[in-house]
Design a protein around this ligand. Structure first.
Ligand code: DP6
Length: 324
């Protein structure tokens, strides 16, 4: 008998970043992190365990995948299969409503939706905490796409203690993330590989040691809707992560000239009194964050820059959910 379930999840943008693992296999992170789900972007995934299949299949945005993409999903499904009686292979169909290859991390929403759909199809009924723990094993940042709104991932020391929870629902703060698409090129080093290099940077130790301070300032700024404090800590955290990346062996540098131009413009606008700041993940695109009331003017300003011709606009999103 075929057993299926469907789920949806949003990607998230980290304000305090996850970079480096204490345990690579279980993705127990070196430090805690804080993020916001992105409402307008979504992954929808259906998992069907089917006894007639001879291997797992993955259809991603209509394309049949193989190689490491399929392997990563299969490894995740193996973990689920090891927990339950039946051992059927699965067909996984997943669609993103945002352009693949646009440099927007999709592993967070992908593994959040996959854990929810696969565990349901396997007959497991998991709590939000358990779902977050499962999603984490697929992709660290996916643990933060299970709860809604503003989310903190407590690093923990093992599988049980490492999970994410919400500390503010989506209406806590009306922020907008204007994602400036700088390049659609495939990045050279993905984050999974990047995490393994973090400890080769002499800066990583100091960055990890200072994390609780940054988490507290960021969490408090979100709860008090204090944009100036928020802006400074988000940019400092982003710079710290990129300093680690750039000083790793071998070094990782994700910035393009357009990335730097947007960073400088945003810093200039903030000095001029605008409420705006940026953060950057493991890629060249810039997430420009501002109160939604300022989003129109910030967007107009961004489009006036030479390197900017494509922007996605996102506000705080809810939790991962089952689709019926
Ligand atoms: C820079 O969660 O993509 O976006 O666990 O290997 O899938 P894997 O890594 P991933 O790493 C995210 C790195 C980041 C920062 C962040 O989202 O916190």
């Amino acid at each position: 008998m075929i057993s299926s379930a469907s789920a949806a999840a949003h990607p998230n943008i980290a304000f305090i970043k996850y970079w480096g693992n204490k345990d690579q296999d279980f993705r127990i992170p070196a430090n805690g992190s804080i993020s916001m789900n992105l409402k307008q972007l979504e992954t929808r995934t259906t998992v069907s365990f089917d006894p007639s299949l001879v291997s797992d299949q993955l259809l991603l945005n209509g394309n049949l995948e193989d190689g490491i993409v399929l392997e990563r999903v299969s490894t995740f499904l193996d973990r689920i299969r090891s927990m339950v009686e039946f051992k059927a292979f699965a067909s996984v169909e997943s669609e993103n409503n945002f352009p693949t290859g646009a440099g927007i991390a999709s592993s967070a929403s992908a593994f959040a939706a996959l854990s929810y759909a696969a565990s349901s199809a396997a007959g497991m009924c998991l709590s939000e905490r358990e779902l977050s723990q499962w999603a984490r094993m697929g992709s660290g940042s996916a643990s933060r796409s299970i709860p809604g709104g503003f989310v903190e991932w407590q690093p923990g020391i093992d599988h049980e203690s490492s999970f994410a929870f919400s500390f503010g629902d989506p209406i806590q703060w009306d922020l907008t993330d204007l994602i400036v698409l700088i390049s659609r090129e495939h990045k050279e080093t993905g984050s999974s590989q990047g995490h393994t290099l973090a400890d080769t940077s002499p800066i990583q130790k100091a960055r990890v040691k200072d994390t609780n301070r940054r988490l507290e300032i960021c969490r408090q700024a979100i709860l008090e809707r204090d944009f100036p404090v928020f802006a400074d800590i988000v940019e400092q955290d982003c710079h710290l992560m990129h300093a680690v990346m750039m000083t790793s062996v071998p070094p990782l540098n994700y910035w393009h000239s357009g990335t730097l131009n947007v960073m400088r413009a945003v810093q200039f606008w903030r000095r001029e009194g605008m409420q705006v700041c940026y953060t950057i993940d493991a890629g060249p695109n810039v997430h420009v964050i501002c109160p939604t009331a300022e989003a129109k003017i910030v967007k107009d300003n961004l489009y006036s820059l030479e390197d900017v011709n494509s922007i996605l606009e996102c506000t705080p999103g809810g939790p991962a959910r089952l689709l019926v």
